[in-house]
Design a protein around this ligand. Structure first.
Ligand code: CA
Length: 225
């Protein structure tokens, strides 16, 4: 799941991006309204966290612009305490929720999770399960045999991809483009290292192994006898 933060205050933006990364989300950061609009229109985000007062294009204009183009991504507005009327205006323009600055990070996380849950259509699952491995897309939590496993944001994204495509052999190039948004040279071992780290957490300590190497082809996640 991918989030976009649009925030011009350097400290707040960095804090949000870092905090959300630690909570297991993959978050891009735009520091102007125009950058935010370009990213929002060119990448599929699951949620946008939008500051109101922004250079170039303010939060309302950005929201209006993306809604006009048919983009229905959930939007959480961040407003200052003295901008109470803004909240009403934001909601009228199609914001899904708002949070008053300064806010507790735990409150932000709770709002984000609730919006992501609401934003998912009924046919899209919020949990993936293969054998005794469970991945909760909203809570960003992984359980193996009922035990909680801590993953980095990249490890989580890698596992999510493999679980979504259970039983399918995934070439390294596909993993690179889906999880790292880039193309790696064929001789790089970044993917190998990442898969090894993931295995060390979800497979090595347990009798049931789910991640398998298919020599010369890539990796597959599936239950084998
Ligand atoms: Ca601002």
């Amino acid at each position: 799941m991918k989030l976009l933060i649009v925030e011009d205050e350097v400290k707040t933006g960095d804090y949000l991006q870092q905090g959300l990364g630690e909570a297991g989300f993959n978050a891009d950061l735009a520091r102007t309204g125009l950058d935010g609009l370009n990213l929002a229109m060119n990448q599929p985000y699951d949620l946008i966290i939008l500051d109101v007062m922004l250079p170039e294009l303010d939060g309302w204009q950005l929201l209006q612009a993306i809604r006009k183009r048919g983009n229905e991504v959930p939007v959480l507005f961040l407003t200052a305490r003295d901008e109470v009327d803004d909240r009403v205006r934001g909601l009228e323009l199609g914001a899904d929720d708002y949070l008053i600055k300064p806010f507790a990070f735990s409150e932000l996380l709770a709002r984000i999770r609730s919006l992501l849950r609401r934003g998912r259509s009924s046919q899209e699952p919020t949990r993936l399960q293969v054998a005794d491995l469970e991945l909760d897309l909203v809570k960003r939590r992984v359980l193996k045999a009922g035990e909680r496993i801590d993953l980095t944001a990249k490890e989580f994204a890698l596992l999510e991809l493999m679980m979504r495509r259970e039983g399918e052999v995934l070439p390294r190039s596909l993993i690179a483009s889906q999880v790292w948004d880039m193309n790696f040279d064929s001789d790089t071992n970044v993917i190998e290292v990442a898969v090894r780290r993931l295995r060390a957490k979800v497979d090595d300590p347990y009798p049931r192994k789910l991640i398998h190497t298919v020599r010369g082809m890539g990796y597959v996640l599936e239950e084998r006898d």
